[in-house]
Design a protein around this ligand. Structure first.
Ligand code: PLP
Length: 368
């Protein structure tokens, strides 16, 4: 039945349902401001659709969730404890909270997402554990930096260091080599510190280094990993993987208390089955990394262009001559400048190579 609103237009009281397959909404031209601009990849989507069939048990007591956790155990080749959270802020914060008492501290880079982009959630969920940000002017921590921060004070007035968090790849798109991770974990062990890895783009690191998830984590001494699903091509969801199972004690309660226990858990876990069992997690990441390299190749030699960080994963950070960023914006490109003031471009599973070329051409033009 149609009504006439007081603006004079007739509008229907029935819902208009668009068929998402047939009728594509008007989308903007593809942008590379964030890997979170991408949609859901087919493998994750298909698993969601399969999980939508019929009714299953709630709160993770379902077969999808068991299968997803087992897929992680297979992927890592070890009997780890696996939990699912809605986003990376929760995953990181709760993982760190599990490692710390409220009077402890966590050593991190000054660029770390936990430090700069989580609105104090790590401190909040740990009831006050303080982040100790390194001042080494790099997104990467080193054994020396960790050692200095962990030993600069030993008195009762200072929050006692208990954990180290590293981001792999870093917020600046750089990688820790396996040897670097191993050296950091050795330092951690010698200082009685636990090692957490923020792997919001963990798949990109595995694809870039060509090493196994096991080599990158527990075999190199990582105690707990937050494995990003969202930026890897899922609609939503991160996994928290405890390689030292004793650290996972009570973590299910921690998740519930933090509002991170999905009641219809299958929709958080099934996409992981789709991603891991199909290999899409690695394929997506390799594609994204390839697009970053494509942009790097296309602009590296352009006069006036500076690549701010080595391009090692799916990020490219660009600085140019006076007015460069404004000219790039005027051409319609969106990007963040919160790291170092240059333009950040992030590529995801769906990045179109032609669009990467279009960006490169506009970057060249913006330098001329
Ligand atoms: C995106 C990201 C996260 C997670 O962010 P959410 O928006 O909370 O999902 C965590 N760490 C890093 C390094 C990230 O880039």
């Amino acid at each position: 039945m149609a009504q006439t609103g007081n603006n004079g237009f007739r509008h229907s009281t029935s819902l208009v349902v668009l068929d998402p397959i047939v009728r594509k909404p008007a989308t903007m031209t593809q942008q590379f401001a964030s890997d979170n601009y991408a949609g859901t990849c087919p493998e994750a989507w298909a698993a969601m659709q399969q999980a939508n069939a019929g009714s299953v048990a709630a709160y993770g007591e379902d077969e999808w969730t068991t299968r997803a956790a087992n897929a992680f155990r297979t992927l890592f080749g070890t009997d780890c404890e696996v939990f699912f959270a809605f986003n990376g802020t929760a995953a990181n914060s709760l993982a760190l909270a599990a490692l710390c008492q409220s009077y402890n501290s966590v050593i991190c880079s000054s660029c770390a997402h936990v430090e700069t982009d989580e609105c104090g959630a790590p401190e909040f969920f740990s009831n006050g554990s303080k982040l100790l940000a390194a001042r080494n002017n790099s997104a990467k921590l080193t054994p020396d930096v960790i050692h200095a921060l962990a030993t600069c004070r030993g008195d009762i007035h200072y929050p006692k260091p208990r954990a180290v968090t590293i981001t792999q790849p870093t917020e600046t798109g750089e990688l820790y080599t396996l040897a670097e991770i191993q050296a950091i974990s050795t330092t951690c062990r010698s200082l009685g510190l636990r090692l957490h890895m923020d792997g919001a783009r963990f798949a990109n690191a595995c694809a870039a280094l060509g090493c196994s998830p096991a080599d990158m984590t527990w075999k190199a001494g990582v105690d707990v990993l937050c494995f990003g699903g969202t930026k890897n091509g899922m609609a939503v969801g991160e996994a928290i993987v405890f390689f030292d199972k004793t650290l996972a004690e009570g973590f299910d309660y921690r998740c519930k208390q933090a509002g991170q226990l999905a009641s219809k858990m299958r929709f958080l876990s099934a996409p992981w089955v789709g991603m891991l069992e199909s290999g899409a997690w690695l394929k997506n990441a390799a594609h994204a990394n390839g697009c970053a390299r494509q942009l790097e190749r296309a602009i590296a030699q352009v006069p006036g262009i500076t690549l701010m960080f080595p391009v090692q994963a799916n990020a490219v950070f660009v600085q140019g001559p006076e007015g460069f960023l404004d000219r790039l914006r005027a051409k319609g490109w969106r990007f963040y400048t919160f790291i170092g003031g240059g333009a950040r471009f992030m590529f995801a599973w769906d990045a179109q190579p032609e669009q990467v070329d279009a960006l490169a051409a506009d970057i060249r033009a913006a330098c001329a």
